[in-house]
Design a protein around this ligand. Structure first.
Ligand code: PLP
Length: 364
């Protein structure tokens, strides 16, 4: 091909599908005969209306989003949702329950805590966030405004395999940023799902929020409009200028996913990629040590360690020379981390596996 592509294991922003980038390139100067780029287009134009509506329709189809849910394309990242969820869904005096399984759900909790009553029903911190809670360990408030959890902890590599069982009538709110669209999900089990796009869905700059309509009745009066789910949902994400270009690229990613065969097929491929890497870890006789307990393992982010930090540095440097990039672990966990998002080709996972085996032979 005409350009170099590396094996991109970055945790986010990360790899996008090549056909998506090629189409964006082809349409950069003249989007479908309009004589301009989507970047230069009015967000009130017919063309952009089609782009955003098609993106929403494709997302609804892929995830099977029921009719009584609104879809929003917002700005501010998943980090802003930590606060918006608390501001919109928790009436004055009400309390919300938080499940803390890693750095991101801990941050979500801390933001919510600044804004009102918040309880922790599980905190895996003393065990270094290596596992998920059992349902029986958690005692939920039956009157909680909502229960918040993070479906996949990007830094600690623990991923829920099914939704936690919460009291009847208490909505589940979920940060799905790093495994959004990686597998089928039963949206009807959730009150709110939010995800920064920059892992599986598209480029940074757009955050997808899916909210069950009846919850909009809870939104308090007089929130600043840009923080108000009701205003944003009712305007179809067009209260102000949306992140037009990021939404357009996200739309292309959604078409790519549909072409691939949807989320069941995507999950199969993701499972295959993750299994390959975990197999090398498990068969390394302790040379590679996975961070998460096996039953909690993520298919998207695989943090692991080597026998010492010097070897970890060597691993990152040599991997980079072999065009395997983004493998350094998060500064809070150390070690290494391989992120295997949707758009990472199977060949890249294979290249990593070969590199890991060879590295062990040379240094093990
Ligand atoms: N939640 C999770 C699970 C994440 O992985 C990240 C970023 O990596 C965030 C939240 C923060 O997202 P943003 O940078 O879009 O605010």
């Amino acid at each position: 091909s005409a350009y170099k592509r590396v094996h991109n294991f970055n945790p986010g922003p990360s790899v996008l599908p090549v056909p998506v980038l090629e189409q964006a390139q082809a349409e950069m100067l003249d989007y479908q005969g309009t004589g301009m780029s989507v970047m230069e287009m009015s967000h009130r134009s017919k063309e952009f209306e089609t782009i955003i509506q098609t993106a929403e329709a494709d997302l609804r189809e892929l995830l099977g989003i029921p009719q009584n849910y609104k879809v929003m394309f917002l700005q501010g990242g998943a980090s802003l949702q930590f606060a918006m969820v608390a501001m919109n869904l928790r009436a004055a005096g009400a309390s919300a329950d938080y499940i803390i399984t890693g750095a991101w759900s801990r941050t979500a909790f801390k933001e919510a805590q600044k804004l009102g009553n918040t309880r922790v029903v599980f905190n895996g911190e003393s065990e270094n966030f290596t596992r998920l809670p059992e349902d029986a360990e958690m005692s939920f408030d039956p009157n909680a405004a909502y229960v918040h959890f993070c479906h996949n902890e990007t830094i600690h590599g623990v991923e829920f395999k099914r939704e936690p069982v919460v009291p009847e009538g208490v909505p589940l709110v979920c940060d799905m940023s790093s495994d959004f669209l990686s597998q089928p999900i039963d949206v009807s089990k959730y009150g709110v799902i939010y995800a920064g796009a920059q892992k599986n869905a598209g480029p940074a700059g757009v955050t997808i929020v899916i909210v069950r309509e009846d919850l909009l009745a809870r939104v308090p009066e007089k929130l600043p409009v840009m923080l108000d789910y009701k205003v944003l949902a009712e305007s179809g994400s067009l209260h102000n200028t949306p992140p037009c270009y990021a939404i357009y690229i996200t739309g292309l990613v959604l078409k790519w996913l549909k072409g691939l065969g949807g989320l069941t097929k995507m999950y199969e491929i993701n499972r295959q990629k993750a299994d390959m890497v975990y197999k090398v870890i498990d068969e390394s006789g302790g040379f590679y040590r996975g961070h998460a307990r096996p039953e909690a393992r993520s298919i998207m982010n695989i943090p692991f360690r080597l026998p010492n930090e010097q070897l970890e540095d060597t691993f990152v440097k040599e991997a980079k020379k072999a065009d395997l990039i983004g493998l350094k672990g998060h500064r809070s966990v150390g070690g290494l981390r391989a992120s295997l998002y949707n758009a990472l080709p199977l060949e890249s996972a294979q290249a990593l596996v070969e590199f890991m085996k060879d590295f062990q032979q040379r240094y093990g």
